[in-house]
Structure formats: structure tokens, C-alpha cells
Ligand binder design. Sequence first.
Ligand SMILES: NC(=O)c1ccc[n+]([C@@H]2O[C@H](COP(=O)([O-])OP(=O)(O)OC[C@H]3O[C@@H](n4cnc5c(N)ncnc54)[C@H](OP(=O)(O)O)[C@@H]3O)[C@@H](O)[C@H]2O)c1
Length: 265
Amino acid sequence: MNITFIGAGNMAEAIVAGIIGNEVVTAEEVCVTDISEARLEHFEFGYGIRTSMNNAEAVANADVVVLSVKPQIFPAVWPEIESALKPEALVISIMAGIPSATIAHGQPIRVVRVMPNTPALIGRGAAGIAAGELATEFDLEIACTLLGAVGTAVVVTEEEIDAVTALSGSGPAYVFYLLESMLEAADQMGLKPGISRNLALATVIGAAELMLESGEGAAELRAKVTSKGGTTHAAISTLEERGVKDSVVAALLAAQARSKELANG
Ligand SMILES: NC(=O)c1ccc[n+]([C@@H]2O[C@H](COP(=O)([O-])OP(=O)(O)OC[C@H]3O[C@@H](n4cnc5c(N)ncnc54)[C@H](OP(=O)(O)O)[C@@H]3O)[C@@H](O)[C@H]2O)c1
């Protein structure tokens, strides 16, 4: 299976590293394109894959084309790519905010849309995968296998992609925001930065893994560590009084609304 990535950026690198490292494909099967020679050299020497500065040539033999340029670059690159695609090629787009119907624009092109997130850079990503109108179950399987090499891949409908964008696409930023706040408090309480960073990170990872392994709900796990009159109760009561949960819900809905706006141009 020949796979060509259009745009040799951070996300493309995460996926290339994952699929080659996990032997999903061989290096000979992968090609990336970019406008930067330095980026292409980085991929050539780092992963032993083919590279090109010519998008049309690079997709001519590709069974799968991954659109991994910024969304604003798409209108400029798509005409040259589209005219050079093999008729049976699958197009996988990781570009935020561009609907599959915009990519296919009435042509018989099979498109799968993917919303990844940045922990893919360390093989711990979370991606929503949605079939465009003509994409098959097998196309979804291909996308799940590629994204599964860099974390968790979940199939959703394309209508759900805006919600996925709000939840897991932008999600790492919410966790960083919480960590930022926890570390600011730790500083005010006089803990040394090295110590508080270690403890805060281990706490976030440990809590997520506890929830994963126990299979219990977030509210259930929280109740277990919140005894009335205790320290956790004092903290959670303050968060509740200040409407933090409502704010988080409003934040995700705002992200979903913005994602819809971007998709509608
Ligand atoms: N990063 C995330 O958290 C995240 C999450 C979800 C979705 N995405 C999506 O993933 C896509 C890639 O994101 P990224 O962070 O990897 O972006 P990026 O690092 O900017 O990668 C895009 C690459 O494409 C290159 N490029 C520009 N014009 C090109 C052309 N005509 N032909 C070929 N390559 C060209 C860029 O070069 P220059 O830099 O020299 O312009 C850059 O190296 C975006 O569409 C984004 O919406 C990203």
C-alpha cells in the first residue's frame, strides 16, 4: 500500500513515525511532500522514506493520500493533487474544519476525515475517524489502522466531528490549563517547581489510568476521594461554588460551535 502525506509537518511526522515504528507499513511504501527541503531531508534521513516537492507526482502512484497541510493551504494544493489521483485512491484528511463533501466536491472520491490530537506525537493520541459519503468500511479500517499506530482511534459520524474536535482535538489544552492552575497554586503554597511538576503530572496520569483500568465513572471516583469535611471536599466545594463545571461545559460547547463555523467557511 503506497501512502503519500501532503505536508511534512508535526502531525504527519507523528503518524509516519507510528506506522513505520509499529511496522504497519514499510518505509518504501511511504512518501511525504513539503515545500521545505529541510523538512524533507529530516524525513528521508529520520525514517528512510521517499520524499518529493511535487505533490502531483507524489500522489500519482498512491493508494492512500493523507492531506496533512494546514486547512488554509488546501484550496491551493487540491487542484493539482486531485487531477493526479489514481481513480481508486483513498483520501484521508486530518485537516481541521474542512468537510469531506468540500474535498470531494461532487466527484467520486472516497474521503475519510480524521480529527487527531497532539499526544499522537508521543504515540498517545486520541482520534475521531469519520467516513465521507463514498468511503467504505475498509477505508475506515485503513484510517483506524494508521491512527491506531499513534494512539486510540474511534469511529464517529461526520456530524460528530465538531464535538470530537471540542472534546479530544482541543482537549489537551484543557488538561494543560488545569495543570497550569494546579502548578500556580503549588507555587503559592511554596512547593519547589521540580517537585510540584512531578507530583502534578503523576497525579493527572494516575487519575486517568485509574479511571481507565477500574472502568468506573468520573463522578463515582471523585465521590470516593471526597469525604465530607475533608480537604478534597473543601477544594471541590470551592470549584462548585465558582461554577467551574458549568464553565468547562460552556467552553467545550464554544469549541464545538467554532468548529462548525470554520467548517461552514
Ligand atoms: N497539531 C494539532 O494538534 C492538530 C490537531 C488536529 C488536526 N490537525 C490538523 O493537522 C494538519 C497538520 O497540522 P500540523 O500541526 O502538522 O501542521 P504543520 O506542522 O504546519 O504542517 C504542515 C506542513 O505542510 C507544509 N506545506 C505548506 N504548503 C505546502 C504545499 N503546498 N505542499 C506541501 N506541503 C506544504 C508546511 O510547510 P511550511 O511550514 O513551510 O508552510 C508544513 O511543513 C492541519 O490541517 C491541522 O488542522 C492538527
